[in-house]
Design a protein around this ligand. Structure first.
Ligand SMILES: Nc1ncnc2c1ncn2[C@@H]1O[C@H](COP(=O)(O)OP(=O)(O)OP(=O)(O)O)[C@@H](O)[C@H]1O
Length: 188
């Protein structure tokens, strides 16, 4: 059994890593799924009330509210799959929840790329997907996420994957990581 969590700053490649996992038949649980589920449970509109519910969860139950609620979803996937990828971890407080729940079977992977490369990739993703950035620069997004504890989370990673080469090379590296038992046992 393996639970693999990914952390990384905006545009580092977490979404691409999740795509590689799905292609390899590894289920992906995102913190966003948790918020969507909670929004539906509260009878609210997942397309409009996502942000409000995410904030409400943290206000009501503290910084680990969303991570705690993802645990049953992860355990559910582990009934039928050996490995599960957790996407959307944003702080060291959240990392502590997964370490406590899964112990040595939890591996934290930090995906890293320089700000300039991430900025180019996010701009290009924005053009492709017609994605609005809300007027926020990459530096501002970095500061916001670092303020939540992303830097501390990245510093605790068991494995660092540099995403500075081609997309194909990154996919290959992630595929290798997800399917090589030895690499996932680094913290045993
Ligand atoms: N090595 C690469 N070469 C070229 N493009 C890449 C590479 N890695 C990722 N990308 C592209 O850069 C963009 C950002 O990557 P991705 O969406 O995976 O980042 P993310 O970490 O999930 O970002 P966010 O936190 O903002 O959701 C995507 O369009 C992705 O396809």
């Amino acid at each position: 059994m393996h639970v693999i969590g990914t952390v990384g700053l905006p545009g580092s490649g977490k979404g691409e890593a999740a795509t590689v996992a799905r292609e390899a038949g590894i289920p992906v649980v995102t913190m966003g799924d948790v918020v969507r589920q909670e929004t539906a449970d509260r009878g609210l509109d997942p397309t409009k009330d996502h942000g409000t519910v995410a904030q409400a969860l943290r206000d009501e139950d503290g910084p680990t509210a969303i991570a705690e609620r993802s645990l049953p979803m992860i355990e559910d996937r582990l009934e039928t799959h050996d490995t599960v990828l957790v996407d959307g971890i944003r702080s060291d407080d959240e990392v502590a929840v997964f370490e406590e729940a899964f112990g040595e079977t939890f591996t934290l992977v930090s995906i890293e790329a320089p700000a300039e490369l991430r900025r180019e990739r996010l701009e290009s993703r924005g053009r492709d997907a017609d994605e609005a950035d809300g007027g926020e620069s990459v530096e501002q997004r970095d500061q916001r996420e670092l303020g939540w504890g992303m830097g501390e989370a990245m510093a605790e990673a068991d494995v660092v994957v540099e995403n500075t080469d081609t997309l194909e090379a990154f996919h290959e590296r992630v595929r290798e990581l997800l399917t090589t038992d030895d690499e996932l046992r680094v913290n045993r």
